[in-house]
Design a binder for this molecule. Structure first.
Ligand SMILES: Cc1cc2nc3c(=O)[nH]c(=O)nc-3n(C[C@H](O)[C@H](O)[C@H](O)COP(=O)(O)OP(=O)(O)OC[C@H]3O[C@@H](n4cnc5c(N)ncnc54)[C@H](O)[C@@H]3O)c2cc1C
Length: 433
């Protein structure tokens, strides 16, 4: 029997069988057979979700034989990729064709289907989640039927399956809206807590993408703004290889790993280590093609909880989070990340119907996260927060129905598409019933 384990090591499962389908027809055959024999099927991505959302409890489908670009439509400016394509492959292929996604998250290891199925998002822009950049998809339902969806074809399925939690079917391909490859200028600067909060609205109004970090036990923040330039990619001024390695690999991963080890062994040292980290923050500017600005490799393994609260409540929620951390005995070595997204129209999208601020709380993979996350979750929930589907949380279907106006619509669709619950697992039973 094989063992499946997610990236952070928090979730494990023992699938009874592992299969690697190559195309929609083989997926449909496996699912139809499972439905007929009362078995369950789970297509996994790269396991980068911190929750057990992709835990395969019976038949596990591997994505690695469904990779690559399937179609490029330059008139419509769309690109279709097989569902198991890693984002980094999509980004590289798009760049090679002079194209790019509009927005993305911090890393590019996930599969396109895994990332969109949990609502993976970046910050700012006209659309922030990868799901909001989809213009079409193809999936195999729980009865083995191959369905297509777009704004005009099966629109109800399109609204829901862009963030389908793996509950509606196995995605076989995804069509993304793309843009001509441009250049983003990144500007990173250290800033105080007081200035960061006072100028937050101004930062968001004046920049395309704003990402902020607060270092617990300190008054220090870092703000990163990314803005589109009119330059051609050949005019970009990227960091030198040495500077990129020094900042984004040596300091951000290797030195940070040592700091985390020290912090784990001697939690009392964490506030001083965080103060030191804040002192070492420096201002830098560079420009590059979008995926090289948005994403960096992450090798320090952590656990994360992230909530989307209504934008208007965001700063109050952040202040309460800081206040709670300062009144506690916890020693939090990871910064709190603050991002912002426009509203979207995805049935169970964390930003559905409302502009949102995302607050993300992290701890080292070896640190006990439970008290810290529980206290932060309580604050986020009090502000009408919606948990990221792929990050640690404790919400149940009953509680989630209160913050998602179209929750019932999703459940009705699930009943229709997966009547035998071929795609169920413990996580889906908790969050959907
Ligand atoms: C280091 C790190 C950084 C991260 N940064 C960000 C970030 O910046 N922004 C953000 O929002 N999130 C971020 N995340 C969260 C991550 O993007 C999501 O959890 C994402 O879902 C992981 O994708 P995956 O390919 O690993 O999918 P998995 O975690 O393996 O699966 C996720 C879900 O997708 C389903 N799925 C996978 N393939 C298919 C398919 N073909 N058909 C139907 N369902 C499918 C699975 O069954 C499961 O339900 C980060 C996570 C890590 C570990």
């Amino acid at each position: 029997m094989s063992t499946w384990r997610n990236w952070s090591g928090l979730e494990t499962a023992s699938p009874s069988e592992v299969l690697a389908p190559t195309d929609p027809a083989s997926v449909a055959e496996i699912v139809a057979r499972a439905a007929g024999t009362g078995r369950r099927v789970k297509m996994v991505g790269t396991g980068h979700s911190f929750t057990g959302i992709s835990a395969p409890e019976d038949i596990m489908l591997r994505p690695d034989r469904m990779i690559g670009i399937l179609e490029v439509d330059r008139a419509a400016m769309t690109v279709t990729a097989a569902a198991g394509t890693p984002l980094r492959v999509l980004n590289t292929e798009l760049a090679r064709m002079g194209l790019t996604l509009h927005n993305m998250g911090d890393i590019a290891e996930q599969t396109v289907a895994g990332a969109t199925s949990t609502g993976t998002h970046g910050t700012g822009g006209v659309s922030a989640s990868l799901s909001a950049q989809l213009s079409g998809l193809e999936l195999v339902s729980g009865e083995g039927e191959l369905l297509r969806a777009s704004r005009t074809e099966n629109p109800e399925l399109f609204a829901a399956a862009r963030i389908g939690l793996g509950a509606l079917g196995v995605l076989t391909s995804l069509t993304f809206d793309v843009e001509p490859l441009g250049v983003l200028e990144a500007h990173e600067q250290p800033i105080s807590w007081a200035e960061g909060l006072a100028r937050y609205d101004e930062f968001v109004a004046d920049n395309h993408h704003v990402d902020m970090y607060w270092f617990p036990h300190t008054d220090g923040m870092q703000v990163k703004t990314n803005n589109r330039l009119d330059n051609e990619p050949s005019q970009a001024e990227p960091l030198s290889r040495l500077r990129a390695w020094w900042d984004d690999d040596f300091l951000a991963n290797r030195v940070y790993s040592v700091i985390n080890r020290v912090g784990n062994a001697r939690p009392d040292s964490v506030p001083r280590l965080n103060e030191l980290a804040v002192k070492f923050l420096s201002e830098r500017r560079y420009s590059d093609i979008p995926h090289r600005v948005f994403t960096t490799p992450r090798t320090v393994v952590f656990k994360e909880m992230e909530y989307a609260v209504p934008r208007a409540a965001g700063l109050a929620a952040l202040r309460e989070a800081r206040d709670r951390i300062e009144r506690s005995q916890w020693r939090i070595s990871f910064p709190v990340e603050i991002r912002q997204t426009p509203a979207d129209d995805i049935t169970l999208g964390t930003s559905t119907g409302r502009e949102s601020m995302y607050l993300a709380f992290h701890v080292n993979a070896r640190t006990d996260h439970r008290d810290y996350f529980a206290a932060m979750e309580q604050i986020m929930v009090a502000h009408g927060g919606r948990p990221h589907w792929g990050k640690v949380h404790t919400r149940t279907a009953e509680q989630l129905a209160e913050v998602y106006p179209r929750f019932e619509e999703f459940l009705t669709l699930r009943d229709r598409l997966d009547p035998h619950r071929v795609f169920a697992n413990a996580y889906l039973t908790r969050v959907l019933g």
